[in-house]
Write a protein that binds this ligand. Structure first.
Ligand code: PLP
Length: 441
């Protein structure tokens, strides 16, 4: 086991020893929490120590915010066998079982019940070692370089150990939220904007934070650092967590954080594309405004586009106004040369779209745009626009040349889409510190 010691220390909450007390002096819930350290001992008492995290309940939301005064430990970099050990503990339901004092991996604080069988020598969870699954796709252009899991309390670079418990409510109930930030030349682009969004999504999904925001941020940076990835993306999830197969997590599941670093060597594609109107219903605003793992409508909408020779299917909202694509926002250049995007109140508030709106002010000051406007956009207005484009972390700025049977503008990439793409790429490579977080490799 190695530590990434140059970074602030994230908390690794021990999911196996949940204990809750009440701190009456502060009137808030206090969760003693222990760092999960794997190595020669499973819970190494030398490294792990109980600390108190204050869980502060907000008056308006059901979210729990961990006291930001709490600082995190280093995230251990685990070998595959260390991850497997923790998974064995997890799959055996350590939260409810006892184990022998003689076991070198015995977690401190656990008493052996008389007559209890004790834990057998560690075995691999079924399927973990012999899995033929290779964690790469796109003909090898995407590779999964590192994963953090609060379940095994560290980072692994071994693809066969990059797993999520089957009883995690994110898996069997869709009770999870996620976000993605691009890794560009060794920097995380708009990490804080994406982090704010996942925390908002978690609040809407009533998922408590497993760690305070600073610790989550630090864990994410350390995961990218461990991956050594300089170009790709970081995807991360906050989940209601494992514990059982019930519907709600009310039986005391501990929330979980997972993150994976995906290296992407595929060349960036800025070619103009064709769009259709989605026949798959849009999610109602309550769900469209949060980035939950329930992406089935998004998947079906994308598949509908592909089945019809298009790149994307555009959703209209319940009132018939233009909404968004399945993983991107849309924008238009009107006949009056204004940049126009739909309101964000019924769709996902795209970090890229928001950044592009800010960058577009430069085009306004240079006289290349008349203005920037966020408003309801009718289909008629959209189809008659001089330019239409998709905006998102995955597509950046992608011109739409045809929507259904309607050719947009002159059917070619427009000057505003090209200028916005250039501004965005420049921002990703040399923007201010507010949008570029350096990774200490
Ligand atoms: C439904 C939806 N809308 C819009 C976006 C664009 O958001 P961002 O620019 O933050 O990637 C996404 C991104 O994944 C999305 O899933």
């Amino acid at each position: 086991m190695a530590y990434l010691s140059s970074l602030p220390k994230p908390i690794s909450q021990n999911p196996f020893t949940p204990q809750t007390t009440t701190d009456h002096s502060h009137g808030s819930k206090v969760v003693p929490c222990r760092t999960l350290v794997l190595g020669s001992g499973f819970w190494n008492s030398q490294h792990g120590s109980f600390r108190k995290l204050k869980i502060v309940k907000s008056s308006t939301q059901n979210e729990a915010l961990v006291d930001s005064g709490v600082k995190a430990f280093d995230v251990p970099l685990l070998t595959c066998s260390e991850v497997r050990r923790s998974l064995v503990f997890w799959t055996r339901g350590m939260a409810t079982r006892e184990c022998t004092q003689e076991d070198s991996n015995f977690p401190p604080g656990k008493e052996r019940a008389s007559g209890s069988p004790g834990l057998q020598p560690l075995e691999l969870p079924l399927g973990v070692e012999k899995s033929p699954y290779k964690l790469e796709n796109h003909e090898g252009k995407q590779q999964f370089l590192a994963m953090y899991s609060s379940i095994f309390g560290g980072i692994t670079t071994d693809p066969s150990a990059m797993v999520i418990p089957i009883d995690d409510h994110m898996v069997h109930r869709g009770h999870g939220v996620f976000d993605t930030a691009a890794i560009v030349d060794g920097y995380l682009y708009e990490l804080d904007q994406h982090l704010n969004r996942i925390i908002r999504s978690a609040a809407m999904a009533k998922i408590k934070l497993p760690f305070d925001e600073d610790s989550i941020r630090s864990i994410l940076i350390q995961t990218v650092s461990a991956s050594k990835c300089r170009k790709g993306s970081l995807r991360y999830w906050l989940s209601a967590g494992p514990g059982d197969f019930q519907l709600s997590p009310s039986s005391g599941n501990k929330p979980a954080l997972y993150a994976v670093v995906i290296q992407d060597q595929s060349p960036f594609d800025s070619m103009g594309i064709k769009a259709i109107t989605s026949s798959v219903p849009i999610k109602p605003p309550q769900f469209a405004t949060m980035k939950s793992v329930n992406y089935l409508p998004n998947v079906l909408s994308k598949m509908e586009a592909e089945e019809n020779g298009a790149y994307v299917a555009i959703w209209l909202d319940e009132e018939g106004f233009i909404a968004e694509g399945p993983n991107m926002n849309v924008a238009f250049v009107t006949k009056d040369n204004e940049l126009l995007t739909p309101h964000f109140d019924k769709i996902l508030s795209g970090c890229t779209a928001k950044r592009v709106l800010a960058l577009a002010e430069r085009l306004v000051s240079e006289g290349k745009l008349q203005g920037v406007r966020v408003a309801n956009v009718t289909v008629d207005e959209g189809k008659k626009a001089s330019e239409m484009m998709l905006l998102g972390s995955g597509v950046l700025v992608r011109p739409v040349l045809q929507w259904d049977q309607q050719v947009i503008g002159d059917g070619k990439e427009g000057p505003v889409a090209r200028a916005l793409l250039n501004l965005l790429v420049e921002d990703m490579k040399s923007g201010p510190p507010s949008v570029r977080v350096p990774i200490p490799y």
